[in-house]
Ligand binder design. Structure first.
Ligand code: FES
Length: 219
């Protein structure tokens, strides 16, 4: 696992955390129209310049779960999105949002129970999380989603994510998969998504990982 720094910004009413082990520098936080983060300020986070509602809005912009916030009196924190979604990023990770639990992975300082960027190229040194190794590896995939899935009756509910040993990400729970085009293409309640980077039916696992991919995970 990676061991970058974690910064905790404690304000009068709320505390904001930035987890460098999860951050993939999507830049959504500091490009936001908000004073919460300013890369030219030291420290760059200041929760006393925003209220809880704004901290929540900024945290939700972060696709990796690197930013978390909570009220100091434990009365409030980020709520899960109403629907579980996976967005396939072109040449990059899977952005997952919803009511998430990642099996067999220690709790992180950021908020990976609501938002997370998961490696799908097989190159990350911080699996199952993306660490931007797809850039250095010049890994390519346009992010199309071919299949449509069986669908589900009601959206929402918990979504468990199980990184399988030497294999895919097994997702259990209602989830919609959004292609890089922005359209929801697949809906269902159980799906194996490729995380070795080798599938010919990305983002779905097609068994190409067998004998070709090694990663920690559940057996
Ligand atoms: S994990 Fe990539 S093909 Fe199965």
């Amino acid at each position: 696992m990676s061991s970058k720094k974690v910064l905790t910004f404690e304000g009068k009413d709320i505390t904001v955390v930035w987890d460098g082990n999860l951050c993939i520098h999507a830049e959504e936080c500091w490009r936001a129209d908000s004073e919460l983060f300013d890369v030219n300020r030291e420290p760059f986070g200041d929760p006393d310049l925003v209220d809880a509602e704004e901290a929540d809005r900024i945290a939700k912009r972060c696709p990796s779960g690197a930013i978390a916030w909570r009220a100091n009196d434990a009365s409030a924190e980020e709520a899960a999105a109403d629907e579980n979604t996976v967005t396939v990023v072109p040449d990059g990770p899977l952005y997952v949002r919803g009511d998430l639990s990642i099996e067999g992975v220690p709790a992180q300082d950021g908020n990976t129970t609501k938002r997370v960027a998961l490696c799908r190229c097989g190159l990350s040194k911080n699996k199952p999380f993306c660490d931007n190794s797809h850039i250095e590896g010049d890994w390519r995939d346009k992010g199309a989603v071919g299949r449509e899935g069986p669908g589900f009756e009601e959206p929402g509910g918990p979504l468990s994510i199980s990184p399988r040993k030497d294999g895919p990400l097994l997702l259990r729970g209602n989830v919609a998969v959004r292609a890089a085009s922005g359209c929801i293409r697949w809906k269902g309640s159980k799906v194996s998504l490729c995380r070795c980077g080798l599938s010919k039916r990305k983002p779905f696992c097609d068994g190409s990982h067998k004998g070709e991919f090694e990663a920690d995970g559940e057996s």
